[in-house]
Design a protein around this ligand. Sequence first.
Ligand code: ME8
Length: 521
Amino acid sequence: MAEKRPYYITTAISYPNDAPHIGHAYEAVATDALARFRRLQGLDVYFLTGTDEHGIKMLQTARAQGITAAELADRNTPKFRDMVRVLNCSNDDFITTREPRHTRSTQELWRRMQEAGDIYLGKYAGWYSVRDEAYYDESELKDAADGTKLSPQGTPVEWVEEESYFFRLSAFQDRLLAHYEAHPEFIGPETRANEVKSFVRGGLQDLSVSRTTFDWGVPVPGDPKHIMYVWVDALTNYITGVGFPDEEAESFKKYWPADAHIIGKDIIRFHTVYWPAFLMSAGVALPRQVFGHGFLYNRGEKMSKSIGNVVDPFALADAYGVDQIRYFLLREVPFGQDGNYSREAIVNRINADLANDLGNLAQRSLSMIAKNCGGQIPTPGALADADERILAAADGVLPPVEEAIDAFAIHRALEAVWALIADTNRYFAGEEPWAHKKTNPERMGTILYVTAEVTRQIAILVQAVMPESGAKLLDLLGVASDSRDFSHLGPKGRLTPGTALPAPSAVFPRHLESDNEVAAS
Ligand code: ME8
């Protein structure tokens, strides 16, 4: 058999300074659906996610809670591990930046950037708050009553100069622009690519990449009083995850460069300017694509603890079901754009798209087969035009779905499948299999066969987004577990007449008003 093409996909690594929120869940679920889709296509997928445990944000939160940053990470990283497990994500590894493998990797990347002459010692100057242990931009500061300056947190700031290593980002402007030019697919969606290009065209300043004011992070090799800037450390997780600095490792040779980094729109610049520049400097190949998804808002409002509208992904999964939430997030929000979460929108998707459209289709045809065909896949007779048409629609649905996924348009892939579901429901209602029961049972059997066969293909396709429900549907259709990937779509995977089916059961129950709801809605 031909070697499977490798495909390496990652999420951003989240700050475990708090419990995960719906934005983290969104990114994990979207990346998982893409990873599962590629596996169903027959690719050898490696999917990495994890947490970003270093950085000032972690230190500040820990201090406010009277604990150490390590204790804070110990408290919250397990919640992120739990979240991806509960959401049925198929990640192959979960990395945390405190792991020794990651220290080695980050220090090696640093050494290479230094050897390339792109790291130099200089002075960092700025408005510094001792209390926050952070620098602030002049524009962020507030004026105190006594004429001094205050941080956005209201803590006193002073003008401080400290020794810092710098990365010669300014030297990469032309190389970055040439890369964007040669690889127009590198940044998606296009609006983000345009923003990045105009930012880089405006000129790049060298980047301060170390601090001496705290010790929470990866020490600079050879000068350990310096701690690396958190983004050098964080971005490097993507190569650590596949074995760097051991470039001869099987996993590194196979999976690097990554095929896709899936991240939120707020961190596009780090991934499409800093990260490729670091890699170019160190002589490591660049990832193929970076896609910035939009932000999720709660009814149009930014989620924040102070407003009290942070949505807990565990509570959502509990109240509505894991596959239901996965489907909602990926269908409701065009991938790449911002979107809204609301209780009504979730319930509407569950009841309309899942219970009515897909659930009813499966339920009505399978219960007729159970009652009228001895619980076996019926033998079809001669096919009518309507049968041929709907089978052809099912057999032809993969290319547009693949095209949508290639463009990271997960919502469009789902729309194409739901258009087929709507057609199949119309076919079923129009052909009225129940009306032939007495007069022409063979015709009834043909309609039920065709409907079951199209449902089989739909079930195979929805597995990427709803792995459990897709599998359940395929169980009900008697499809063997080794016949569920995309190579079984189309005529060659047709259901076998006479296959005994289990007793039908509902895969997508309606969500009733009386069902428990999530408090923060
Ligand atoms: O940025 N909706 O971590 P993070 C959608 N550690 N996505 C959201 C979101 C929202 N409301 N809020 C956040 C970091 N995200 C760094 C990343 S990668 C080398 C280091 C997304 O916990 C956000 O855009 O703040 C990011 O992709 C991810 O969640 C983690 O955010």
